[in-house]
Write a protein that binds this ligand. Structure first.
Ligand SMILES: NC(=O)C1=CN([C@@H]2O[C@H](COP(=O)(O)OP(=O)(O)OC[C@H]3O[C@@H](n4cnc5c(N)ncnc54)[C@H](O)[C@@H]3O)[C@@H](O)[C@H]2O)C=CC1
Ligand SMILES: O=C(O)C(=O)[C@H](O)COP(=O)(O)O
Length: 313
């Protein structure tokens, strides 16, 4: 049997991991990372979310570290993580589809001012309000046009939103205006009515969405952050909401998670808060993706979605 340790979803998720792996390859045997019946030298693969600092180094025969999420910042934050091993980011259709749905929901929620109507409902108020725009009149600008951003772009186009994107390099996505690199960021921002962040967390992207960036959006633009909490400076967003520079926000990720109970974001009338749930594929879907990558690796084919230390994601 090929031993895989999982640290994602809690011990109660192990049966789903086990069944998911076994359905693809009966040799793959999944165990909770603290399972004392598995000796460290038996472990060939791990699938992890926020591994304990130093733990991965205690597995002498580890071949690949799989991140149970698309982001790997929760692994690379440990200075001692085993850099000599391949680190594979979660991918696959299920992850992208779920994120596309979240971004489509977020943009529609901002377009139709869902927060206003939800507050009205709470107060039993018939809070009628005109909807000033259709999707065709709100340009969505996606920061990060990778696996998730490109799927979100396709789904938003289907709803009628004009879509553009900003990434490290130029992308060729049908109907999506592509901006690349820091030099083209101002032009991208100036023509974005709903800014969507789907960037990885790296030193270059930390704190990117600050007062100076928000000031470059057209007045009344809206913001969706489903990348990482580190991308957005919350006090700057709050000031921009206060001044009217930003009209609303949907936030799924935060500098501190869970979002502390005393955060002003919870009750803000222009902010929708979700608890880091934008794209949570089932363990079975993730197991399928990891099993496919293991099969590729064992057959000598390239690994998908490999972390690149030079890019930082
Ligand atoms: N809230 C949630 O539930 C989830 C959040 N995420 C976040 O979404 C991120 C993106 O995931 P994927 O699309 O799979 O990643 P990806 O690697 O496929 O795409 C990343 C994109 O960001 C761009 N990018 C990276 N650094 C940049 C920079 N300095 N300047 C401009 N563009 C830059 C790249 O060019 C690329 O287009 C993850 O790293 C994670 O932080 C991912 C899954 C779920
Ligand atoms: O994929 C990512 O990166 C994420 O942020 C996911 O939401 C992580 O999901 P879990 O592994 O915490 O279920």
């Amino acid at each position: 049997m090929v031993k895989i340790l999982v640290k994602s979803g809690g011990p109660q998720a192990v049966p789903e991991w086990r069944d998911g792996f076994a359905a693809v390859d009966p040799r793959l045997s999944a165990h909770w990372w603290e399972d004392a019946s598995v000796r460290p030298e038996e472990v060939e693969y791990v699938v992890v979310w926020e591994p304990q600092p130093g733990w991965l180094n205690s597995l002498p025969n580890l071949k690949i570290v799989f991140s149970s999420g698309a982001g790997v910042d929760h692994i690379t934050a440990d200075p001692a993580w085993p850099r000599h091993l391949p680190l594979v980011r979660m991918g696959g259709d299920a992850t992208a589809q779920r994120m596309g749905e979240f971004i489509a929901w977020s943009c529609l929620s901002l377009l139709r001012d869902t927060r206003h109507f939800a507050l009205g409902q709470e107060r039993r108020q018939w809070a009628q309000k005109e909807v000033p725009h259709t999707a065709r009149e709100r340009r969505v600008g996606i920061m990060g046009l990778g696996n998730l951003g490109s799927q979100a772009a396709r789904m938003l186009q289907g709803l009628g939103f004009p879509v553009q994107g900003w990434a490290r390099s130029r992308k060729a996505l049908p109907g999506v205006v592509s901006f690349a690199g820091p030099a083209e960021l101002p032009a991208f921002l100036a023509s974005t009515d709903i800014l969507v962040c789907l960037l990885p967390s790296t030193p270059e992207t930390t704190g990117l969405i600050d007062a100076a960036l928000l000031a470059q959006l057209p007045r009344g633009a809206a913001v969706v952050n489903a990348g990482r909490g580190a991308h957005l400076r919350v006090p700057d967003l709050l000031s921009a909401l206060e001044s009217g520079q930003v009209s609303g926000a949907v936030l799924d990720v935060f500098p501190e998670e869970p979002l502390p109970a005393d955060s002003p974001l919870w009750a803000h009338p222009k902010v929708i808060v979700t608890p880091h749930v934008a794209s949570l594929p089932s363990r079975a879907e993730r197991a399928r993706y990891v099993a496919g990558a293991i099969a590729a690796f064992e057959a000598g084919r390239p690994l998908p979605n490999l972390y690149d230390p030079d890019r930082g994601y």
